[in-house]
Design a protein around this ligand. Structure first.
Ligand code: ADP
Ligand code: MN
Ligand code: MN
Ligand code: MN
Length: 371
């Protein structure tokens, strides 16, 4: 028997009776924020007297930062500043999910609030209409930390049949993928698609295209939905970049990028210029492409399993072993976008998109200013 949580085995039929009770004019709003790890999400819910029509109708709130690795107990109140609102696919309309920035007692951004500085950069590069699309890979684990549906003692057959596979012997946990997809659509996430990955129990969804700061907002909320859907099924969605050592693929968060100039006829020259700039800042980018300064990615970016080596920068058309890949069609049409394959599955999309926009579009003076 796979190790799923006890909660997932509760009688869910009876739940429906309560979930469908009328709630009058009142509205439930679930505030979501990134905690002190820079990876995990927290949330809590409150009642508003009526449905908020926009983000401006949602009040600031606070929480105990000493319980989220964000502050000391003696001065523990942190501010929650609503920044982006979504429909709630769990408690349904008119209820909302709202992503928040976290500010410290002095109203400066918390250590793991990378959104504040990211949005400054995105504002500066606005004229370039920078679009992103991020491919979020993840691994389903049982609550014992073992990959979901893998044999208790031993391993599944070697990688080969699982990528985009179908059938009970190939696809482990598809329910979660499908429910997450629908939840994203309902919420208003710009979900681009999903697929089964190379390692069994590993999956991917893509979010995008999103312009500027939207990328981080949407991906964080899509991650929240993933964790919440997985919770309902009693399993864990892990963003660890290399959950299984050995001959098993890791998990990344490939980041696709284009500017207005790159998308227009002859845009390939601007893609090449951006790659040239990125090549000069490789260590700086590796440092912000996982939440632990490159340590997490060290386990993943080995040069094997469709990755580049963490110490080398490389780029190429249709090359999945390179740091940067130019999709074949983009090479042919000489316009479009490029893919940065280095970000780790547990990266902060604000840190990643900020670094890319800074390196590719700001001159060094502007970049220094927005640090
Ligand atoms: P891969 O072949 O690398 O697995 P996917 O199909 O998984 O690619 O993902 C493609 C991603 O590229 C999507 O997130 C999509 O939003 C993004 N994308 C497509 N066109 C553009 C563009 N012009 N600029 C930025 N991102 C784009
Ligand atoms: Mn993909
Ligand atoms: Mn993939
Ligand atoms: Mn990719």
């Amino acid at each position: 028997m796979a190790s799923v949580s006890h909660s997932s085995n509760l009688n869910k039929a009876v739940r429906q009776q309560y979930m469908s009770l009328p709630q009058g004019e009142k509205c439930q709003v679930t505030y979501i924020w990134i905690d002190g790890t820079g990876e995990a999400l927290r949330n809590k819910t409150r009642t508003l007297d009526s449905e908020p029509k926009s983000i401006d109708d949602i009040p600031e709130w606070n929480f105990d930062g000493s319980s989220t690795y964000q502050s000391e107990g003696s001065n523990s109140d942190m501010y929650l500043i609503p920044v982006s609102m979504f429909r709630d696919p769990f408690s349904l309309d008119p209820n909302k999910l709202v992503l928040c920035e976290v500010l410290k007692y002095n109203r400066l951004p918390a250590e793991t609030n990378h959104r504040a500085s990211c949005s400054k950069v995105m504002e500066k590069v606005k004229e370039h209409c920078i679009w992103f699309g991020m491919e979020q890979e993840y691994t389903l684990l049982g609550i014992d930390g073992h990959p979901y549906s893998w044999p208790v003692n031993g391993f599944p057959e070697p990688q080969g049949p699982f990528y985009c596979g179908v059938g009970a012997n190939c696809a482990y946990g598809r329910d979660i993928v499908e429910c997450h997809y629908k939840a994203c659509l309902y919420a208003g996430i710009n979900i681009f698609g999903t697929n089964a990955e190379v390692m069994p129990s590993q999956w991917e969804f893509q979010v995008g295209t999103c312009e500027g700061i939207e990328m981080g907002d949407q991906l964080w909320v899509a991650r929240f939905l993933l964790h919440r859907v997985s919770e309902d099924f009693g399993v864990v969605a892990s963003l660890d970049p290399k959950p299984m050592k050995g001959n098993w693929n890791g998990a990344g968060c490939h980041t696709n990028v284009s500017t207005k100039q790159m998308r227009e006829a002859g845009g390939l020259q601007y893609i090449e210029k951006a790659i040239e700039k990125l090549s000069k800042k490789h260590p700086e980018h590796i440092q912000v492409y996982d939440p632990n300064g490159g340590k997490d990615n060290m386990r993943r970016l080995t040069g094997a399993h469709e990755t580049s080596n963490i110490t080398d920068f490389s780029a190429g058309v249709a090359n999945r072993g390179a740091s940067i890949r130019i999709p074949r069609q983009v090479g042919q049409e000489k316009r479009g976008y490029f893919e940065d394959r280095r970000p780790s599955a547990n990266c902060d999309p604000y840190a990643v998109t900020k670094a890319i926009a800074t390196t590719c579009l700001l001159d060094s003076e502007d970049a220094e200013e927005s640090k």
